[in-house]
Design a protein around this ligand. Structure first.
Ligand code: TYM
Length: 328
């Protein structure tokens, strides 16, 4: 069975790009793979966080995973900070990672632009902790959106480097990137991806947006010149909207194009907003139900961490031996 692992940062906001980029693929793979899914809370603190909010966001992320269909019996579901082997391996990998390769990470460049020296060392170093997350579990496949591909490639490079220096220790992972929907674009721009940290909430559809907000955002979404509801290489805005429609409805883009032949953008947007809302309403209801029982969410994470720790500690014992710090 393939070993699969992913994580999504616990920010209060998860958008449909996060959901279709990483959560839904995990749900689909359950049952046919060995699954690990975690909440990278130590990644979240690479930018300032309010403690009470972070706590709430960890529970929210847990509720989202469960509402989406992640089953703790089939997936080891846990909190990164509860398994200290992640930061331990992160440190060791720091010592073989190069400043140059981290400096080339486009996400770091994006997030640090304009901030000069005033960014945390953690933000710079974050892909190394991500490599540790992946390598600790002998992960073979990492379902992520396209923006995380470079980070998974760094994990590959570090695994290969470590194996060459100290002998075979880590499985070299592969990113698992879906064909459609691996990079949903912002509704307000055809150039920027849908992002939690976008300047305007009109950029994204949050999983928790109510029907009126979804309708307003979709009505305001940019479109391509012309009037046809058609996807294509020179129609980035409609391609994005049709991709979203396809993801939430399960219909193909070709089917949706056919259904909207001769219809105007306005009518198409009304249908799209309806489809998004029909998809998100039951999900939101489940998330709210799960959030009402905090103790149950904490218990799920605790049980998951216990299982994860066993796997992670076994790998760390091998790593400590390989690098020469294990004395017995
Ligand atoms: P994060 O929290 O930024 O994003 C979570 C997941 O959502 C995907 N994603 C998108 N997919 C499609 N369209 C978009 N517009 C879009 N925006 C984001 C991301 O690619 C990601 O899969 N570093 C990671 C979290 C992490 C992790 C890991 C992931 C930490 N350790 C180990 C995998 C394995 C992050 O910040 O993702």
């Amino acid at each position: 069975m393939t070993r699969v692992l992913t994580g999504l940062q616990p920010s209060g906001l998860l958008h449909i790009g996060n959901y279709f980029g990483a959560v839904e693929p995990m749900v689909r793979l359950q049952g046919e793979s060995e699954m690990f899914m975690f909440i990278p809370d130590y990644h979240a603190i690479t930018v300032p966080q309010k403690p009470a909010e972070l706590r709430r966001n960890i529970l929210f992320a847990t509720a989202v995973y469960l509402a989406a269909g992640i089953d703790p019996k089939k997936t080891v579901l846990f909190q990164q900070s509860a398994v200290s082997q992640h930061t331990e391996l992160g440190w060791i990998l720091n010592c073989i990672a190069k400043m140059g390769e981290l400096g080339r990470m486009t996400q770091f460049k994006d997030k640090s632009t304009g901030k000069g020296e005033n960014v945390s060392v953690g933000l710079f170093d974050y892909p190394v902790l991500m490599a540790a997350d992946i390598l600790l579990y002998d992960t073979q496949a990492v379902p992520v959106g396209a923006d995380q591909k470079q980070h998974v490639e760094l994990a590959r490079d570090l695994a290969i480097r470590f194996n060459k220096t100290f002998g075979d220790t880590f499985v070299v992972p592969e990113p698992l990137i879906r064909k459609e929907g691996a990079r949903l674009m912002g509704l307000d721009s055809t150039e920027k991806k849908m992002s939690k940290s976008a300047a305007s909430p009109k950029n994204y559809i949050s999983l928790m947006d109510d029907a009126a907000a979804v309708e307003k955002k979709i009505k305001a979404a940019v479109t391509d010149s012309g009037t046809e509801v058609k996807a294509g290489p020179n129609r980035p805005a409609l391609t994005n909207l049709l991709t979203i429609f396809s993801l939430v409805s399960g219909k193909t883009v070709a089917e949706l194009e056919k259904n909207h032949e001769g219809k105007e953008y306005g009518a198409f947007k009304t249908d799209l907003a309806e489809a998004v809302n029909a998809w998100s309403a039951p999900l939101q209801m489940k998330i709210r139900e799960l959030l009402a029982d905090e103790a149950a969410l904490v218990a799920v994470l605790k049980a998951g961490a216990e299982k994860a720790r066993v796997v992670a500690e076994k790998k760390m014992q091998a790593v400590r031996t390989k690098i020469g710090v294990a004395l017995t």
